[in-house]
Design a protein around this ligand. Structure first.
Ligand SMILES: *Cc1c(COP(=O)(O)O)cnc(C)c1O
Length: 426
């Protein structure tokens, strides 16, 4: 057998000979068994990504809370729950998912700018670790809800450190103009207010500066700003049990070289130690960096459509399955499931949805024919969790690969699933 050739950024996706594999599963076999479009996830890849954080945190009181909005499928959550990971949720629905997957309430933190009273009550009743509160108005409501429930809500304030994460504007969250977090200059006042509320117990501080961050600099800047605040808040007599640095670490989609999680944390811990905070309870909320490179989306070529300016390769996956290109002009590598020596041409890879925004990849050199399979790489994060039914397309099936084993963690949606909640007029 030929030596396995891993693909950049996706160590568990590789060619053996001409055939593309996820771990020991030949993708062509998976597609034959489960149809296309199909998401395949490498369990080993997820666990390796988690292990990098755990190595970085070794010897510290530190814990990873997986931000499941990146990929909230139950089978994925089970992998992380069994590995001792906590969870960062952003809705009541995500709370139910974590509990259904066997996650412990005490390992859950609740982020997001628009928590409803009902969501707060459910999370309080479940007994989650803490609420990451993003505004004064939310603090007041949470205090009321906690009092009604006869308890105090554990609260960490999400502070906006006002640093530029140097990423796409839609995924930067820590600048002054963002809707997220409490402004750095208001934070001390809001902490004093929080400490005075009868239904609130202050437990920590939190920040999250953006997503797909590929350098350490913005994290270091944010940490300096947050530690300044920790000092100020604690001098005001409000102890902070934990410090949470959020998520946001990038992955390689197209040759980016973000720091590895353990290398990033080595740097951050040096700074924390230098400032005397290295022995605190530390938390991180990674999403993309735990699952992004673990996933591929397999799609079949339906038609080739040569044009005057562009050739189109029309595939059976679309923006409803893979929304990132349409939403963020994002790049995903697209590679053949069976490599060939045939002459390649340049194509835009597009889906069947009736929108010009429905593209998956542009100007790619591919040797393809109808019936061939393509793999869209780095599709583990913000793909299936953002998938929709636009054009009444059923969402794809998902398979978790573990060595040579395939576990269907989500069946393909059919039209009956989609029509189930609709009602005809009398
Ligand atoms: C989305 C989000 C994360 C995870 O971000 P990634 O870029 O996927 O690591 C973490 N914390 C909060 C509050 C988020 O909204």
């Amino acid at each position: 057998m030929n030596a396995a050739r891993p693909l950049p950024g996706a160590p568990h996706v590789h060619y053996r000979g001409n055939e593309l594999y996820v771990e020991d599963v030949r993708i062509a076999d998976a597609a034959r068994a489960h149809g296309t479009p199909l998401f395949l996830y490498s369990k080993a890849s997820m666990l390796a990504a988690l292990a990098a954080y755990q190595r970085g945190f070794a010897g510290r009181q530190a814990k990873v809370f997986y931000a499941l909005k990146a990929n909230s499928s139950l089978g994925v959550l089970q992998v992380f729950a069994r590995a001792g990971c906590g969870f960062d949720i952003v809705s009541g629905g995500e709370l139910e998912r974590v509990l259904a997957a066997g996650g412990r309430p005490a390992d859950i933190i609740f982020s997001g700018v628009g928590k409803t009273r009902r969501e707060m009550r459910r999370a309080l009743d479940a007994g989650i670790h803490c609420f990451n509160v993003e505004s004064e108005a939310e603090l007041d409501v949470l205090s009321e809800v906690a009092q009604e429930a006869g308890t105090k809500a554990p609260v960490s304030l999400r502070v906006n450190p006002d640093v530029d994460p140097k990423t796409h504007p839609y995924i930067s969250t820590g600048l002054k103009g963002n809707k997220f977090g409490i402004a750095h200059r208001d934070a001390l006042r809001v902490y004093r207010h929080a400490a005075s509320l009868p239904g609130i117990r202050v437990v920590g501080i939190d920040c999250h500066i953006g997503s797909q961050i590929t350098e350490a600099g913005p994290y270091m800047d944010a940490m300096e700003r947050i530690l300044d605040l920790v000092a100020a808040v604690e001098s005001a007599g409000i102890p902070l049990a934990h410090i949470d640095f959020g998520g946001g670490l990038g992955i390689s989609y197209n040759g980016e070289q973000p720091p590895a999680a353990d290398a990033l944390w080595k740097q951050l811990l040096e700074l924390l130690d230098a400032r005397g905070y290295g022995q605190r309870q530390l938390m991180a909320e990674p999403g993309r960096s735990l699952v992004g490179n673990a996933g591929v989306c397999v799609t079949e070529v339906l038609y080739l459509k040569p044009g005057e300016q562009k050739n189109f390769c029309i595939v059976d996956a679309a923006m409803n399955d893979l929304p990132r290109p349409a939403m963020y002009q994002a790049y995903h590598a697209v590679v053949p499931v069976t490599a060939s020596e045939a002459t390649a041409s340049s194509y835009d890879v597009v889906g069947p949805v009736c929108e010009s925004g429905d593209w998956i990849a542009r100007d790619r050199s591919l040797a393809v024919q109808p019936g061939h399979l393509l793999a869209v790489l780095s599709a583990g994060a913000y793909c299936m969790s953002m998938a929709s039914n636009y054009n009444t397309r059923g969402r794809p099936a998902e398979v978790l690969v573990d060595g040579a084993a395939m576990h269907v963690i989500r069946e393909r949606e059919d039209t009956a699933d989609q029509l189930r909640r609709e009602k005809l007029l009398p």
